[in-house]
Design a protein around this ligand. Sequence first.
Ligand code: C2E
Ligand code: CA
Ligand code: CA
Length: 681
Amino acid sequence: MTLGVFRDFKSQAIIAFVMCSLLALTAHRLGLMDVSLDLLSPDTLVAMEHQHEGGMRSELHTGDHSIAIACELSDISAYSLCLLKLNYSRRNHFSRGLDLSNYQSVEIVATLKSPSGKENIKLYLRNNNPAYSLPHIDISDKFNTIEFELGDESTTLNVPSKALFVAQWWKRERDIGYEQSHVDISNIVSIELVIDEAKELGDYVLTVHSLSMSGEAITEPELLRLILLLLFMVIVLLTIRQKNNLKKISSTDPLTGLLNRRGMISKVRKEFKHIVEHHTISLFYFDVDDFKKINDTYGHPIGDELLVAICQKVKLIISEMNFEGRYSFARLAGDEFVLTITDCDKEKAIQVSRRIGQQLIDPIPVSGCEVKVGISLGLAYSSDKKASFKALLSQADSAMRCAKEQGKGRFKVFDDSLASAIYLKKSIAENLKNALINQDFSLRFMPIFSCSDLKPRRVEVLIRCELDAMQGVTPDVFIPIAEEFGIIQNIDLWVAETSFAAMQMHFLTPGRSCPVFCINISAIELLNSSFPKQLKKLMHKYQIPSEYIELEITETSLIEAGETSLSILKELKKLGVNLALDDFGTGYTGFNQLLAYPVDCLKIDRTFVADIDSEHASHLPMVNAIMSIAQSYNLVTVGEGVETQGQLDYLRSVSCNYVQGYFLAKPLLLDDYLLLLNDYA
Ligand code: C2E
Ligand code: CA
Ligand code: CA
C-alpha cells in the first residue's frame, strides 16, 4: 500500500481523528483529565454550623487550613450527638446545591481526639430533592452516608462515591420508595460529620484538615463513547462534505471555475422566482467571435487560456462596477457565457455590455502570443415579476445572434423591433413546416447554357413556396430561416426527390437527352453525416445516374468546414455526383484550400458578372482570376446572373464554360422549361 491512499481529505481527517482519540485516551490514563473539588474552600463552602444533643456540648473552631468541632460528653445515659455541618446552599436555595455526581470519590483527612482513642464517625452527604425533601426541614434531605473509624492520628480516607449508602433509618422514617432509595449526590446542600456513638465521658475533638471530592472529568467508558459518537459525526460530516463537493464539481466548469450549464440551471431553479419577484434582472449572453478559428489557428490550450482570460476580464468589470454579490456567471458551453445581474437598470446593463466589448479590444496575451478577439453580446432586461429565465435567455440569445448577423464584435439589446423580427422569423418557420406537410413547395428550373453553342445543357433547380402568406418571401430569406429552425434538411431532401422524380419522368426516357441537374444544398448538410446515404437512397429509388447530378454548395460554407465536412464531401463524391462551389469569389477560398476539396465546378457569383460591363468594371480582375484558377485546377466554370449581351460576350471571350441569367432565361415552371428544351432540340 502506498501513502497515496491517504492523500485525500477524508482519509487524512479520519487519521487525524484517530490520533486525537489516542492522545485523549493516553491523557486520560495519565490522569490529565482528573478533577477535584475542595469542599472546605470559601468558594464552595457557604456556612458552617455545629449542633449537639443529649449529654453532648459542642463548640466550633476554625483554623487556617482546618475546621474542628470540640464536644464534651457529660452524660451517657441519653442519646447524645455532636455534629459539624457544612452548608453548600444559601438559605432558601435548596435546589442549588453542589452537583457532585461527576466525582468518583470523597477524600477526607481528619483526626479525632477522644477518651477511648477511636470512635465511629458518620459522614452524611445530604441531597435535596423535591421528590423527598420538605421545604425548610433539612432532616428530609437524603442521607448519603459512610461510616468510618477515626483515631488521634491523622487519617486519610479515600472513599469511592459508590461506597456511599442511603441511611436505612431515613428511608424508613421518610417512607422512601424503591426509586428514591439509591445514592444521589447531584444536589448536595450540606455535608455533616457526626459523632453519635460516644460512650465515654470526656472531650472529643474532631479536626477536619481537608475534605474534597475527586474524580475524572470524564470516565474512560464515557470517553470511549464520546469518541465513538464524534467518530460517527465526523464520518457523517465528511460524507456530507463529499456529497457537497461532488455537487459542486458537477455544477462547476473546471476550466474557468464558473458555473456550468447544470449549475446555472439548478441555481436558477432555486433563486430565479424570488429574484424576479423582488428585483429587476439583466441577462447577458455572449460568445467569442470565430472561436473555432482561434482554436484551429492557435490550438486548444491557447483557446482555453483565452476563455479563462476573458472570464477574468468580465469579473473585473463586475467588481469595478460594484455588482459583487448580485451576479451569477456561467459558461454554458464552449465559448458561450451567461451573466445575470440583479438590480442593474437598463442603462447600467448597456454600460456593462459596452465595457465588456471595450475591455476585449486589446489583444489578450496568452502563452507568449497575443490573440485578438471579438465578443458578440446579446442583452435582455426584465422588470417583470413573472419573467422566466428561459424566455430571458432566449431573448438574449436572439439579440446575440442579431449582433453576429450585423457584423460581430458588438452588442445588441433585445427590444421590440428584435421581438417582431423574431416573431416574423418564427411565423415563416411555421409556414415552411406546414408547406412541407401540405406539399406547398414547387420548383423552378433555370436553364444553364453552354458558352460554346449557347444550348441549355444544364439546369439549376430553385425552390419556391406557394403559400399565400409566403408571397414575396424568396428563398434568399426563407432558406436561412429554415437552416436556423432545423427544417432545411427536409427541404433539401424534398427538392432532391422532386427533382429526381421529374428527371425520371421527363428526361431519363429513351430518346431524350438529360441535362445536368444542379441542386442547391444547404451548408448544414456538410455537418449531416446521413445526407450522403439519404441522397444515395433517393438516387436508387428514381434510378438516377450520378453524372446527371451536380450539388451546389456555397463557397462560404466551405470556409467554416472542418474534418466532418470534408469527409461528407468525399462521401458525396463517392456517389459519383459533381460538386460545385456556388457564389464563388465571395468567400475568399485559398488556393491550397480549394485543392483539398473535391470540387468540379466554380459558379462565378452574380455580383462579379454584373460588374463586367459596368462603367468601372472594378471586379473584372476577380473574374479573370477565377477563370485562371479554374483553368489551372481543371474546373468547369459557370457565370451566374448574366443580364446583358456584354456580360455574355465577355464570359464567352474568357472561355467560361457555362452561363445562366435573366438575359438568356428566367427560372421556369417545368412545362415551360420542357418547351424551351424543345425549341433547342
Ligand atoms: P443561388 O443558388 O445563387 O441561385 C441563384 C439565384 O439567383 C436564384 O434566386 C435566381 O433566381 C437568381 N438569378 C439567376 N439569374 C439571375 C439574374 O440574371 N439576375 C438576378 N437578379 N437574379 C438571378 P432564388 O431562386 O431566389 O434563390 C436564391 C438563393 O436561395 C439561391 O441562390 C440559393 O442559395 C437559395 N436556394 C434556392 N433554391 C434552393 C434550394 O432548393 N435549396 C437550397 N438549399 N437553397 C436554395
Ligand atoms: Ca445555386
Ligand atoms: Ca449563386
